[in-house]
Design a protein around this ligand. Structure first.
Ligand code: MG
Length: 391
């Protein structure tokens, strides 16, 4: 069955990050299925150079112009070096280049928006591992996806689970989405202790191995709030039909309820490679030698209600999602800036939701329901500045 998929050409944006390296791990183990056309990365030139040697892409970009000499130097002895580009426009060029059918968007934060749009306009399918693209950019991105007839395939584990459960469910059959949340680093910590947690504490995620920004988002549960907005845009349900449940074991990756109350779930060990592989191989199923799920070994599954007192970010995200238009972009940018301040040890953990709420409140009278791309980019800059001013 899996033999029916021919070798697929792919491009990876954010190739040296957590998503990028896990995607390249898939390519390493399935060289007959996938071939790398383009890579884009940031400052980790050493790893990028290694990736160029191993995967022999045709085109490569680093988003930092000052990194160009280092990159050229690092690959000077390669006989057929790839075309090298720099800056945001370079990354966009990689995104739209050549015969890549699928572009994996692993760039963290709103920086992924413009190259993702470039890829869509070039007719590439998107393996969406950058949720900010959709959260901030949906009013512009979704019409482009429609116009160019490309597929937007979720690589986030929860949305991949929902998407997998939806296979075979007819249009109109979906009634409710239930997103599972691990509960993050502080799920067993009493609320009064949250005020004094450190960056190191927050970076210890109990189940998933992910980048720093998303690990902090898991600890505040903003990650789940952002995923609610992502689910709304991907699957079209209104916010009253998207729920969150805490499932500390992270084995059930999310569930859907259909009209007759039947509930379908997708299960697996917590491993980002699975949703990445499905986003790249859809609708095919590729055999892997990954550890198979053993229900007995997984043991008991438990569930509990999310604690909105302890984690105000979820309510902020629902409110921003319901406000629609530019508000999710403001929420997202304010969150990115607040998390950056926390990671730099400039603010406390509980300042993160406080700053986001202040900035969303300030913006609420200026919201627009049908923003342009310029509006989105502008509001992204505004919200970051507003966080710095409010601190
Ligand atoms: Mg997720």
């Amino acid at each position: 069955m899996s033999e029916s998929i021919k070798q697929k050409a792919i491009t990876i944006l954010g190739s040296t990050g957590s998503i990028g390296t896990q995607t390249l791990d898939i390519v390493t183990h399935h060289p007959d299925k996938f071939r790398v056309v383009g890579l884009a990365a940031g400052r980790n030139i050493k790893l990028l150079a290694e990736q160029i040697r191993t995967f022999k892409p045709e085109i490569v970009a680093t988003s930092y112009e000052d990194k160009l000499p280092e990159l050229k130097n690092a690959i000077a002895d390669i006989p057929n070096p790839p075309k090298i580009l720099v800056g945001g426009e370079g990354v966009a060029e990689v995104a739209r280049y050549g015969d890549a059918e699928s572009v994996v968007t692993g760039i963290v934060g709103c920086a992924g928006l413009l190259p993702t749009i470039a890829a869509i306009e070039a007719g590439k399918d998107i393996a969406l591992a950058n949720k900010e693209t959709l959260i901030a950019g949906a009013p512009v991105v979704l019409p482009l996806v429609e116009k160019h007839g490309v597929k937007l395939l979720p690589a986030d584990s929860e949305h991949s689970a929902i998407f997998q459960c939806l296979q075979g469910v007819p249009e109109g059959g979906l009634r409710r989405i239930i997103l599972t949340a691990s509960g993050g680093s502080f799920r067993d910590l009493p609320v009064e202790k949250l005020a004094t947690v450190t960056v190191q504490d927050a970076l210890k995620h109990p189940n998933w191995s992910m980048g720093q920004k998303i690990t902090i988002d898991s600890a505040t549960l903003m990650n789940k709030g952002l995923e609610v907005i992502e689910a709304h845009y991907l699957f079209g349900l209104d916010y009253n039909h998207i729920d969150i449940v805490i499932h500390p074991q992270s084995i059930i990756h999310s569930l859907i309820e259909v009209q007759d109350t039947s509930v379908l779930a997708q299960l697996g060990w917590p491993d980002m490679r699975l949703p990445l592989l499905y986003a790249l191989s859809y609708p095919e199923r590729i055999y892997t030698d990954w550890e198979q799920l053993d229900l007995v070994k997984a043991g008991s599954f438990t569930f509990r209600e999310p604690d909105h007192q302890k984690y105000p970010c979820m309510k902020l995200a629902y409110a921003a999602g319901k406000a629609g238009g530019l508000m999710p972009a403001v929420l997202n940018a304010a969150n990115e800036q607040a998390v950056a301040l926390f990671l730099a040890e400039k603010i406390e953990f509980l300042d993160i939701p406080r700053l986001i709420e202040t900035v969303c409140d300030r913006f609420s009278t200026q919201n627009k329901q049908y923003p342009s791309l310029e509006d989105i980019v502008e509001v992204d800059t505004w919200a970051r500045r507003a966080v710095l001013e409010s601190n």
